[in-house]
Design a protein around this ligand. Structure first.
Ligand SMILES: [Zn+2]
Length: 80
């Protein structure tokens, strides 16, 4: 189980207000309509919410992959 708080804390920066205070939530959404009937595909996301202004970004767990890969992505995006 990946500790997403640890991955995002200190790397993610709110694009709206610049705060690094974060709240992490994990969400999964099942597809709607046909895709739901056919394969019950589930989409899993990590939601990062800015604790100062409430701005929230969703990242696909499928793309983030494991902790090491996710850190590389965040370092690339936020250049730490
Ligand atoms: Zn913010």
């Amino acid at each position: 189980m990946t500790n997403w708080y640890k991955v995002f804390k200190g790397r993610w920066r709110c694009p709206k207000c610049g705060s690094q205070e974060i709240i992490i939530n994990e969400h999964s959404f099942t597809g709607t309509g046909l895709s739901r009937l056919l394969d019950w595909q589930t989409y899993e996301y990590v939601a990062v919410t800015c604790a100062r202004c409430g701005y929230t970004e969703f990242y696909s767990k499928q793309v983030l992959g494991g902790e090491k890969n996710a850190i590389q992505i965040l370092d690339f995006l936020f250049g730490s």
